[in-house]
Design a protein around this ligand. Structure first.
Ligand code: FEO
Length: 394
C-alpha cells in the first residue's frame, strides 16, 4: 500500500503497522495502528512528520511514489516521540538539505533524536509557511501529546494536521474514517482516554486555537483521516476535557482500614469539611472501580488519602488508587493524607511524598493517630479541618 491522495497536491505517505498489539506499553491496539505522514507540494514541498524507525523503508518508498526525497524542502516535526521521529535520521541521509521546522520546545528533543549537527528552526504560534500556492499555519499545541507538540492548518484546503490530537489506533485498508468498517468512535475515545486525558487542562486551552479555522478535514498522526463533519471530533474533545471540578466543592476521601481506625479518621475529617461547606464523597480502597476513581479525582477540588501502615509501607489498595492519578488530569489538585498506625506510621509520609511527586499540592500537615483515636484526638479534628479547608480554598 503506497501513497494516498487526500487533496490536490497533498498525499498521505505514512505506513501501516497492523500487527501492533500494544502502544506505548499502556494501550491495547487490537487493530494495530498507522504512523501518518503527509506530503504537501506547492512551489516548495513540505513533509509533515516521519515514521517509526522500523518502517523507514516503506515510508521512503511511499514518498518516492510522489517525489524523490531529495526534493523535499521542509520536514515539519510536530512531535518527537519515536513513533513519528524514528525515520528522521534516514531521511536526512537521503536529503541533508531539508530544513527542520518544529516548536521551540521540540528543538532539544530533535537534537537528541538525530544526534547530528543540523539547523533546526523553532516556529512561532500562528506563523505561516508559504510553500507557493499552499500556506501552512503553525499552531503550537503543547501537551497534545508532549510539551513539544504542534499542529498545522493548510489554509487553501482546510486541512488540520493534528499530530496525536484526534488520533485513533486503527490500521485499515482505507484511510478515511467514514469508509472504515470498524468501531472508529470507540477507538477514537479509547485513544483520548489512554493518551490525552491526563493533559485535559492543556487541551482545553489548545482547542480555543481551532475555533476560527474553517476545518474541512482532520489529518492526525495515527489512524483515520476525518473528512465528514470534522468539527464533531473537536466537539467531543471539548466535552471530554471540560473541567469536571468547576462549579463544585467536592472532596473525595479514599481510605483503607484494617480495624476501622483509619476509616473513622476519614469520616471525622469528612464531617469537619462538611461543616466547612464542602461536598463529601467516600471510597473504600478495598472495593474500588478504577473508572469511578478516575472520575472522582477529576471531579474533586481536593482528595484525601487515608492509609494504615503495614511493614513500613502504605497498603496496596491505596497504592493502586495512587497509580490512577497520572492517568487523568490531576496535576495541581489539592490533597491531604491521614492514617492510624501502630509502630512508625511510615506509610502516611510515603503517600504524601508520592502525591507531591505526581505534582499534586499536598497539605503540609499529615493527620496521624497511633492506634485507636482518643476523644481528645477526635475533637482536635475540627481545628485540623479549619486549617485544611483554608488550604483547599487557597
Ligand atoms: Fe504518536 Fe505521542 O506519539
Amino acid at each position: 500500500m503506497g501513497a494516498i491522495k487526500i487533496a490536490e497536491n497533498v498525499h498521505w505517505v505514512g505506513v501501516r503497522d497492523p500487527q501492533l498489539r500494544k502502544f506505548d506499553i499502556i494501550m491495547n491496539t487490537r487493530y494495530g495502528t498507522t504512523y501518518n505522514a503527509y506530503l504537501i507540494r506547492g512551489e516548495k514541498t513540505a513533509l509533515i512528520d516521519a515514521s517509526k524507525a522500523a518502517f523507514t523503508g516503506q515510508f521512503l518508498d511511499n514518498i518516492r511514489e510522489i517525489i524523490p526525497p531529495s526534493q523535499i524542502d521542509y520536514l515539519v516535526v510536530n512531535h518527537t516521540e519515536p513513533d513519528h521521529s524514528g525515520a528522521i535520521t534516514a531521511l536526512l541521509k537521503e536529503n541533508p538539505q531539508i530544513e527542520l521546522l518544529c516548536s521551540g520546545a521540540a528543538i532539544p528533543f530533535v537534537k537528541n533524536v538525530i544526534n547530528l549537527e543540523r539547523p533546526i528552526r523553532g516556529v512561532k504560534d500562528n506563523e505561516i509557511l508559504d510553500l507557493g500556492g499552499k500556506k501552512l499555519r503553525f499552531l503550537l499545541t503543547p501537551y497534545m501529546h508532549w510539551p513539544d507538540t504542534m499542529m498545522e492548518f493548510l489554509e487553501e484546503d482546510g486541512i488540520l494536521f493534528s499530530c496525536d490530537g484526534f488520533a485513533a489506533h486503527i490500521s485499515d485498508d482505507s484511510l478515511f474514517a467514514e469508509t472504515i468498517d470498524k468501531d472508529v468512535d470507540f477507538e477514537f475515545h479509547y485513544y483520548w482516554d489512554a493518551i490525552m486525558r491526563p493533559f485535559s487542562n492543556y487541551i482545553r486551552k489548545n482547542l480555543v486555537k481551532l475555533e476560527g479555522l474553517n476545518i474541512q478535514m482532520i489529518a492526525p498522526s495515527h489512524g483515520p483521516v476525518f473528512r465528514e463533519n470534522p468539527r464533531r471530533y473537536i466537539e467531543r474533545y471539548k466535552e471530554w476535557t471540560a473541567d469536571k471540578a468547576a462549579g463544585r466543592n467536592l472532596v473525595t476521601v479514599f481510605y483503607a482500614s484494617s480495624y476501622g481506625n483509619t476509616k473513622l479518621l476519614g469520616e471525622r475529617i469528612g464531617a469537619g469539611l462538611l461543616n466547612q461547606g464542602f461536598e463529601l464523597s467516600y471510597c473504600d480502597a478495598e472495593n474500588f472501580e478504577p473508572e469511578k476513581v478516575r472520575e472522582a479525582i477529576e471531579a474533586s477540588r481536593g482528595v484525601l488519602l487515608g492509609t494504615p501502615t503495614m511493614n513500613g509501607d502504605a497498603v496496596k489498595p491505596i497504592w493502586d488508587i495512587i497509580n490512577l492519578f497520572s492517568t487523568v488530569s490531576s496535576v495541581g489538585k489539592k490533597a491531604a493524607v491521614f492514617g492510624s498506625f501502630g509502630w512508625g506510621g511510615e506509610g502516611i509520609k510515603l503517600v504524601a511524598d508520592r502525591l507531591s511527586g505526581l505534582k499534586l499540592k499536598v497539605f503540609e500537615e499529615n493527620l496521624r493517630v497511633r492506634l485507636v483515636p482518643s476523644d481528645f484526638e477526635l475533637n482536635d479534628i475540627a481545628a485540623y479541618c479549619s486549617r485544611l479547608a483554608a488550604f483547599l480554598n487557597s
